[in-house]
Design a protein around this ligand. Structure first.
Ligand SMILES: Cc1ncc(COP(=O)(O)O)c(C=O)c1O
Length: 357
């Protein structure tokens, strides 16, 4: 009998969130960003559940695009980091993968063979990847000379600060992108991580690229997913495997970092950092049992963690504890662990089965 530590994946919630992204995208279409194993939810689960609705998927690399094809889904897949070798282009042609090319090396490789449909990545201020706006005319002239311009389908850029309502950088990047691409109105434009969908009036052009919001976690600083109208897709749960009462003055776990100041009923839960639960989540981090919120006590171990059951005397060994899900948002846990929901969702390890419901 396997332990019942599990990540339950609610595919209806996923589809709900995708519909919300599409509504917020207005006239743009929303390509579903499902890199990093569908943000930890299982790329085949996610691709399959959205297959009827999405026009394109987006992933980081070609291996992830092949995983989508292996799951039987046929929509075009945008490769957000382009390709990693010249030989990848023939796979792109054969499989309808659309790399977003971001550097001269990738254009050089393009010159060596048949070109797939591709995008150009424009650096409007993020300064990670992409061509500077002033490089675009030269790049496109070179593509024309090489007879490859016909395969260029659009421009992509990525926002650095869309999660911060107080930042003006998104508006600056948008202006920069419009100016940089204005000479080629026949080509498509794609901007917009999840956060951009929550910025009123933000243009999203032809294709937006929501990721984290599809999974019900928040892209915005200071808000949880549910506060933004999103439904959590992953419920991470694990059983209570032991309960005991500790007396005032007794400690729990490694480092004896939490010491009871009064008699406390506590429980051990079969999940730890070996499952991807963050070790930095300290005493007070919320969890839930039977729909009631409880709190962590002391340090998270590799395979278990302690919770305070004082407020839930009815809790028994074998009961499932929610580490995040409908009662406790992953964003709250992330805040307690000094990180973001993205890291927690993508960090759930392969020891935890993903079970779709
Ligand atoms: C280029 C690009 N577009 C879109 C996304 C989706 O972003 P988010 O998950 O914040 O919606 C990402 C994610 O990192 C990305 O790198």
């Amino acid at each position: 009998m396997p332990r019942s530590t599990v990540a339950r994946i609610d595919l209806d919630a996923l589809r709900f969130n995708y519909r919300l992204a599409s509504e917020k995208a207005g006239n743009a279409r929303a390509m579903a960003v499902i890199k990093a194993d569908g943000y930890g939810h299982g790329i085949a689960n996610i691709a399959g559940a959205l297959a009827k609705d999405v026009g394109k998927y987006a992933v980081a690399c070609i291996e992830e695009a092949f995983a989508i094809r292996d799951s039987g889904c046929r929509q075009p897949v945008v490769l957000l980091q382009g390709v990693h070798a010249a030989t990848d282009f023939s796979d792109c042609v054969a499989n309808d993968f659309e790399p977003a090319l971001h550097c001269h090396q990738q254009l050089q490789w393009l010159a060596d063979g048949a070109a797939p449909k591709f995008w150009l990545k424009v650096n409007t201020g993020m300064n990670r990847l992409g061509f500077r706006p002033d490089e675009l005319p030269g790049v496109i002239a070179a593509l024309e000379d090489a007879g490859q311009k016909s395969q260029l389908i659009g421009f992509v850029t990525h926002f650095a600060c869309a999660d911060d309502p107080d930042s003006t950088m998104t508006a600056d990047q948008t202006r920069c992108f419009e100016a940089a691409t204005a000479l080629w109105p026949e080509l498509m434009r794609s901007v917009g991580n999840s956060a951009a969908h929550f910025r009123p009036g933000q243009p999203l052009y032809d294709w937006s690229r929501p990721g984290i919001m599809l999974y019900g976690a928040s892209p915005m600083i200071g808000k949880t997913g549910p506060e933004l109208g999103l439904r959590p897709v992953m419920t991470l749960q694990a059983p209570l495997i032991s309960t005991r009462t500790v007396q005032a003055g007794e400690s729990i776990g490694y480092g004896a970092s939490w010491v009871a100041d009064q008699e406390t009923r506590m429980g051990m839960v079969a999940i730890g950092y070996g499952d991807g639960y963050p070790r930095h989540a300290g005493t007070g981090t919320p969890a839930a049992v039977g729909g009631k919120r409880i709190r962590l006590l002391g340090r998270v171990s590799m395979d278990m963690l302690a919770v305070d059951l004082t407020m839930v005397p009815e809790a028994r060994e074998g009961d499932p504890v929610e580490l995040w899900g409908a009662t406790v948002s992953v964003d709250e846990v992330a805040a307690c662990a000094g990180t973001i929901g993205y890291e927690l969702l993508t960090g759930v390890t392969s020891r935890v089965p993903r079970v779709c419901g």
